[in-house]
Design a protein around this ligand. Structure first.
Ligand SMILES: [Fe+2]
Ligand SMILES: [Fe+2]
Length: 468
């Protein structure tokens, strides 16, 4: 069954935004105020820093925190603000012998819509009570998408740079939450930090208060993948364990409402690994109305063909285009989310690199913290780019997903300006099966239909056959 999408988009405040296009730099970053900067000891500390990720579906959520002094931690959760109804969840502790740390993990299942409260111990110390919300996704839901907070990038990984980038990351989280307080979760398309081996940077990434309240699904960036900290901090669902030699974690997938989210490790050059993961995810959730992939490197974006010098790892997208486009087309992916170039860019819907109304829309985010920006050359923007902007402030996008459409609204963190909107619609009725049917099943169905038609044909009077 072929699905049809109608693609439409509108550009808001385009003329004004063109005036904001500036050369690549971090010169436009907003320095952290003195009272924020004074918190360096707390910002960089690993003490009790919680990381929440979406679970395998909307009834699950996963928690992870690192400790050094104890492998016996507790996690309590309940509905009452004072946790008078609190129950203990099982804490599974994994010893990371390479980093001499304990990775503590909790999987909550059977969650229902509404607010929950939780607390936990870190190296035996009681932490404060925090909350998280489980949204009702039955009539649609909203997520925030962004990329490349890359804490430390704005100034050679100095203390000041991490503080400023942390402040920018906090502003983007707060701005998006203010715009959409019913967010189900956040998606970050990689480069959480600038140095994969800097736990100070990861601790600062997890420092903003909303990180204790919101699940965050991350992709592995080229600044994350070469060390153990990414996989230690982020407890992702349905992780593809078979990816070879990946210290920084692997691809994974999860279902939420009517959508299937598949996160690829684009540092992995093996196309068969990505196809296998996508196929596994679709077979696990065949009824999902929407298929969204997220990966760090952008397959199609304004930066691909228009930058004079490739960003570190910049050659990867060109390989990725040949490697991933056929897979995304084959499995009827609706939307591909990415980052890496620190340029905001949205493609027309593409099939095999050619505009087609039911193709894949490729959305690439700029930096969510403002840690630095690159610039595309306006005279070399590829034709597949429908809208782009070289950014001078952090940006984020809100995705509203329901049975009829995915609506994308993209904002500047500091101006609050809505600078791009896009609507991806699908005409098929809710609950329609996706076009992907395993070939063995398909052959069997064809065989049965042929057999039934043959029987009918032999039993029907001759005069009636001419109308068949
Ligand atoms: Fe980056
Ligand atoms: Fe990157």
């Amino acid at each position: 069954m072929k699905r049809f999408k109608r693609f439409s988009c509108a550009l808001a405040a385009c003329v004004m935004l063109l005036s904001l296009c500036l050369p690549a730099s971090a010169a436009n970053k907003v320095p952290a105020p003195a009272e924020w900067a004074a918190n360096w000891a707390e910002i960089s500390s690993s003490e009790g820093r919680m990381s929440i990720t979406p679970g395998a579906d909307e009834t699950q959520m996963q928690f992870s925190w690192i400790t050094y002094l104890s492998d016996s931690e507790e996690f309590i959760y309940g509905r009452e603000p004072n946790l008078s109804d609190g129950v203990a969840a099982e804490v599974k502790t994994v010893k990371n012998t390479s980093l001499l740390m304990f990775v503590n993990r909790v999987l909550l299942t059977g969650l229902e819509p509404g607010r929950y409260y939780y607390t936990y111990t870190s190296s035996g110390k009681n932490q404060g009570i925090a909350y998280f919300d489980v949204q009702d996704a039955s009539d649609g839901f909203s997520v925030m998408f962004c990329a490349d907070p890359q804490l430390g990038r704005s100034g050679s990984d100095s203390e000041e740079a991490i503080i400023d980038d942390c402040y920018g990351w906090d502003r983007t989280l707060k701005a998006s939450y203010a715009k959409a307080p019913d967010l189900s979760f956040v998606m970050v398309a990689g480069d959480q930090v600038n140095l994969a081996y800097s736990n100070e940077q990861y601790n600062a990434y997890l420092y903003p208060s909303l990180m204790s309240n919101l699940p965050v699904a991350t992709a592995v960036g080229n600044h994350d993948f070469y060390y153990y900290l990414y996989a230690s901090h982020f407890y992702n669902p349905n992780v593809r364990e078979v990816e070879p030699l990946s210290m920084g974690g692997s691809g994974y997938y999860y279902s939420y409402g009517n959508a299937l989210f598949i996160v690829l490790n684009s540092n992995n050059y093996l196309a068969e690994d990505h196809e296998s993961l996508i196929s596994e995810a679709i077979n696990a959730y065949p009824q999902a109305k929407w298929r969204v992939v997220m990966l760090h490197n952008s397959v199609y974006c304004a930066g691909n063909d228009s930058m004079e010098m490739p960003v570190v790892g910049g050659e990867l997208p060109m390989i990725g285009r040949a490697m991933l486009t056929p897979i995304f087309d084959k499995y009827d992916i609706d939307l591909a989310l990415s980052g890496h170039y620190h340029i905001y860019s949205r493609s027309v819907p593409l099939t095999n690199g050619v505009e087609k109304s039911d193709g894949v829309v490729y959305l690439a985010a700029s930096s969510a913290s403002g840690s630095n920006y690159y610039a595309a050359d306006a005279e070399k923007i590829p034709e597949f780019v429908d809208f782009y902007q070289n950014c001078s402030e952090p940006t984020y996008s809100i995705l509203d997903i329901d049975d009829e459409s995915i609506e994308i609204r993209s904002y500047g963190t500091d101006t609050g300006e809505l600078f791009d909107t896009c609507l991806i619609e699908k005409a098929a009725a809710p609950g329609d099966a996706p076009s992907y049917i395993p070939s063995a099943y398909y052959a069997k169905i064809v065989e049965i239909v042929k057999m039934v038609l043959n029987i009918l044909y032999t039993k029907i009077p001759f005069d009636f056959k001419i109308f068949m």
